[in-house]
Design a protein around this ligand. Structure first.
Ligand code: HEM
Length: 511
């Protein structure tokens, strides 16, 4: 055959293959019935539509495209559910299909290559981790055994506020000290961060900054996660920050593990004194289905400290801020506290079930300010049909609980803080009622929810019982900024500064 004939033969053959491939691709695309959504741009997809507060941008889009919509973040499809019905389909009916997490730079660099609980993909390692949480770390018995720690730390918060009575205080700073101390003592066995305690290698201020940075970096939209081929450019500088942060955490965690191992060494039938001890015992267990390595113990420990510290402080700060905007609600709360508790003692955990108005304040705060407004992203493990739409395997899934919390079909005046809306309603925050899911629900639901709730309820109850709260100077309720910052948690952009005036007899603050 002549070379010209060969060339036309090869060209014809290539064209046929290309046509077959194209038509298969088109047939497949035509066959897929994807959820509605805005038209994506090449390369960036719909990232141009996402602002600094992604839950709000996505909320706006869902008002246009409906309760199930498809976006593209760079080259990745992202499906968003924004109604009770969709939350039920994603997190209950088909929970197991969506029980994985997408791989992100945050998971890779800040959690020992997805070795923690939050970012580990669905599989035996993660299932084993959840079993450890359920049976050991967060069992009702263990949480109860640590009640004395929560009591001591709450008292220390109240007495430090008393010392600063009637002068402006940064409330979240005080609150995160309490939750950090509570969680450090439960997880690590002591306040590693207390400068006065032997073994402290990071100051509390530095550590709180590390936690704020961890939450921010775990929630940010890192461009490289959406457009992998420009990942190496690290355009926003987030990956560099993640690497710096993980080194700081590692130095701290190495120190904690060394100390714990030294304490256990050579002691027969050692009884675990804190959660790190429990994890190290799991790491020694040869019968575990999946070996828990040293980096796994460090990753779990970091998860517990991070999960336990930031979220409760953020929620209580929002609660007091909302109340300061509607001072008349303070009177209702204190009327209940004075009636049920009286003025001669502090609120204890066992009193919480007798404080229904306080409960409505906590629920209303979590409705309007869910700590994770779109939960933590899920990831589909197989092709599936949801509400007649095709959701292919490897799709990222967000459930916008912020939108559900502000849905006018469910809530009257959804943008108003009205705790009374929960009176007489059987709606709880524990994953059964899909209109209120601050802790998520299903297999990936927050394993620390009962601890988180205990800390929130008892610190808020005592803040309201012990003090009359005011804004500083001549600031008016309407002047208080309610802006947010987006990250894995959504704290106030401008921290609340308020003044506390004692309302109980002086001797009660002498603790
Ligand atoms: C106000 C308190 C808290 C709130 C609002 C909260 C909220 C959440 C949310 C929304 C999720 C994701 C659920 C999902 O993907 O569907 C989550 C997961 C998680 N939370 Fe919490 N949390 C709180 C307290 C805690 C505490 C006290 C701890 C531990 C000490 C903790 C540890 C975790 C962990 C390890 C996960 C990952 C679970 C997994 O992926 O399997 N959280 N939390």
């Amino acid at each position: 055959m002549e070379s010209g004939t060969w060339a036309s033969y090869v060209a014809a053959w290539l064209a046929t293959v290309a046509l077959i491939l194209l038509s298969t691709h088109l047939r497949r695309r035509r066959k897929l019935n994807l959820p509605p959504g805005p038209k994506p741009w090449p390369i960036i997809g719909n990232l141009n539509l996402i602002g600094a507060l992604p839950h709000r941008s996505i909320h706006e889009l869902s008002q246009k495209y409906g309760p199930i919509m498809q976006l593209r973040f760079g080259s990745f499809p992202v499906v968003v559910g924004s109604s009770v019905a969709m939350a039920k389909l994603f997190l209950k009916t088909h929970d197991v299909t969506f029980a994985s997490r997408p791989k992100t730079a945050a998971g890779k660099y800040t959690t020992y290559n997805y070795s923690d609980i939050t970012w580990s993909p669905y599989g035996p390692y993660w299932r084993q981790a959840r079993k450890m949480c359920l049976m050991e770390l967060f069992s009702a018995r263990r949480l109860e055994s640590y009640e004395y720690i929560r009591v001591e730390e709450t008292k220390s918060l109240l007495s430090s506020l008393y010392k600063q009575s009637n002068s402006p205080v940064d409330l979240k700073d005080h609150l995160s000290t309490v939750s950090l101390n509570v969680i450090s003592r439960m997880v690590l066995g002591k306040k590693y961060l207390d400068e006065n305690v032997e073994g402290s290698i990071v100051t509390p201020e530095e550590f709180k900054k590390m936690l704020d940075e961890l939450f921010l970096l775990s929630g940010v939209l890192n461009i490289g996660d959406s457009i992998p081929w420009i990942d190496f450019l690290d355009l926003q500088g987030y990956v560099k920050r993640m690497k710096v942060l993980s080194k700081k955490f590692d130095r701290f965690l190495e120190h904690v593990l060394d100390e714990h191992n030294a304490r256990r060494k050579g002691v027969e039938n050692y009884v675990a004194k804190d959660m790190v001890d429990v994890l190290l015992q799991f790491a020694d267990d040869p019968t575990l289905e999946v070996k828990l390595e040293r980096h796994g113990v460090k990753a779990f420990t970091q998860d517990l400290i991070a999960g336990g510290t930031e979220s409760s402080a953020v929620t209580v700060e929002w609660a007091i801020s909302e109340l300061l905007r509607k001072p008349e609600l303070f009177d209702k709360a204190t009327e209940e506290l004075d009636r049920v508790i009286g003025k001669e003692r502090w609120v204890e955990e066992k009193d919480i079930p007798n404080l229904p108005y306080l409960d409505t304040i906590v629920k209303e705060t979590m409705r309007m300010h869910p700590v994770a407004p779109m939960l933590v992203p899920r990831f589909s493990r197989e092709d599936i049909k949801i509400a007649d739409y095709d959701i292919p395997k490897d799709t990222r899934v967000l459930v916008n609980v912020w939108t559900i919390g502000r849905d006018p079909e469910i809530w009257d005046q959804p943008n108003e803080f009205i705790p009374e809306r929960f009176i007489g309603k059987n709606i709880d925050v524990k994953g059964q009622d899909f209109e209120l899911l601050p802790f998520g629900t299903g297999r990936r639901m927050c394993p620390g929810y009962s601890l988180g709730l205990k800390v929130i309820q008892s610190s808020l109850a005592n803040l309201l019982h012990g003090f009359k709260w005011k804004l500083p100077g001549d600031m008016k309720p309407g002047d208080l900024s309610m802006e947010e910052i987006f990250g894995l948690s959504t704290p106030k952009k401008i921290p609340l500064v308020a003044m506390a005036e004692p309302r109980l007899p002086a001797h009660l603050y002498d603790m």
